[in-house]
Design a protein around this ligand. Sequence first.
Ligand code: DGY
Length: 348
Amino acid sequence: QVWNPSGKYRVISTKPMPGTRWIRLLTDQDCRVEICTEKKTILSVEDILALLGDKCDGVIGQLTEDWGEVLFSALRRAGGTAFSNMAVGYNNVDVNAAAKYGVAVGNTPGVLTETTAELAASLSLAASRRIVEADQFMRAGLYDGWLPHLFVGNLLKGQTVGVIGAGRIGSAYARMMIEGFKMNLIYYDLYQATRLEKFVTAYGQFLKASGEQPVTWKRAATMEDVLREADVISLHPVLDKTTYHLINKDRLSIMKKDAILVNCSRGPVIDEAALVEHLKVNPMFRVGLDVFEDEPHMKPGLAEMKNAIVVPHIASASKWTREGMATLAALNVLGKIKGYPVWSDPNR
Ligand code: DGY
């Protein structure tokens, strides 16, 4: 699909993206926009090499693609200097290789913070109240009347929410769980989440003044403290070699037997095979997963686990957010091509 065929700058989007604002932004600034409409979901390096051809000024790519040495050198040979991932995470992008070939890299932070936090909150609620299991039970025609012990779950109020990685998304999630469900907070991050701490303190004072039990917060000295103490734990670290298999067999074993673990960050942060074993022997332990170690595949056994809720990497999938991500990605590429500031450049 080609927009503004006579445009001076050739910009490729490796996937159709929501909305039209991003296309207009580029075509209004003399770009010819080419959108790859290839049916297969994940494009290989070879597929993308074929798209680049011998003239390409900039590319908007996706988190499923492997942007490394081969693609950045090819983009540079085609005269390109701009690349944006349509994602906040850029573990699929070798930023050093991009820098080596003089290609600016952008990502799309900010617009997906609340949407992603809302999915983490949805998974936390769905897991604590066993909503998916209960839905399947109804559809299977198994409901034959109210029972005192049918699908009994946990009350979040007064329990402790644990956040590992209290950056933009982790903090937004923590606020939702604290304000929405009056949970106490324990978090672990290399940096102090000062704004989040101020919020919990002020909210705790407000509850106290209203005659309610105040909420509390604690910055954990170690990640293990969060795993031991929290009832619901949500993972929000970036994926790099320090966070690969952050949640492994040993760390799972120190969590409460009926804890809830949510992951909307990146799959390899959890050792998924160890998680499947843990779910098998701890039926009260529940997980809500948006991401998987070998995405799009799940490790054997996970799909059969009733105590797991699995969704296909949809944390940022709200219309407003996806259109915003597309727009930011276009701005990133346009910025570099036209000499404006690149919206967000991890190499900066
Ligand atoms: C991101 O932007 O990194 C998300 O995973 C996309 O949903």
